[in-house]
Design a binder for this molecule. Sequence first.
Ligand SMILES: [Zn+2]
Ligand SMILES: [Zn+2]
Length: 397
Amino acid sequence: MKSNKRNILILVLAIMLAFISSACGANAVTEITTMPPEQKSEGSQDEQISSSGQGTDNSSDNTSELIVHFLDVGQADCTLIQLPNGEEVLIDAGNYGDGSYITSYLKNQNVDDIEYLILTHPHEDHIGSAKEIITSFAVEKVYMPDVSSDSNLYESTMLAIENKGIEIIYAEPGLKIIDSPDLKFQLLSPKSMYYSELNEYSAAARLEYSDTSFLFTGDAESVSELEMLGGGFNLDSDVLKVGHHGGRTSSSRDFLQAVTPEYSIISCGEDNSYGHPHIETLNRLTDIGSEIYRTDELGTIVILSDGQNISIESDEAIEIPLAPLEILNTPPVQNASEDKEPSAISETNYVGNKNSLVFHNPDCSSVADMKESNKIFFTTRQAATDQDYTPCGRCNP
Ligand SMILES: [Zn+2]
Ligand SMILES: [Zn+2]
């Protein structure tokens, strides 16, 4: 009897081992403690293999865990937050065309309703697949800034919200979405009624779970950052979702000093045409001692919090980031060529978006946010309107 039992035990152990090692191939887990990065020696004692990964055990309701998924949607944003109270938040919905990926990712996490959908601002790389999300999931409330866009995408998104009778709440600083003793979720922007950049309208949000905190700023740039600083909010956060895909016009020094994130997440596409993240941003983040994690390098990044400690997982193995000094020593001069707009723009008079069917002047900020593969170039206005493209309401091409 005894040896039978032992055989069964060995079999069970072998199965467990096989499972753990296969999970390890797909998912790298780095347990982050409060230990400063300098003390980590080659990572091994800090790296733990866990079978939890992105499996179903992440998604059971009423766990005491907060799970934040920064989905790899290329040059765009999409963040799923599974709150410890069992509710779900989705911040932004990737580009047009990311809908099936986002939908299946959410379904894999057993998400069927989204209590809070935050559409930070109506740029294509943020509301791109919102319509598909709204039609595929039970969305309870939509939070968005009170600003419109004349893109077909924006209009079809609004129509989908209306058709499903979903309540829209306009974002404003100080608006509390959740306010319980251990869990607080609050919007911090936009403060003003008018900005020259659509990005500045971004609805930024701060999430606090016991001793851990997260800040999500959409594409907010320095004007809005300054307003958040002046708003008297506690901006200090363990994790910062870096503004505007790491662009240099966001993450201003004073703002970062107030946030002092231990971990900075940048959502951007591999070899994107904007050169995101910009070296100035990376330098400012390393200057304040923040560790940087990028979706273009790591794929989808998942952060878990038990209220005290934070751990980070990603599709790719996470290497301990370079010491800040090594990055600081690279001369920032060399990326002057990155500053240039994509070369096609200089020879063209109008840039259209194949998804929204809106065309712009090349210097419109919508063009800066547009996915390269979505661009179509026109030499004349007539050529654009002949193909049923409508002019952008902001740059009036
Ligand atoms: Zn964006
Ligand atoms: Zn934007």
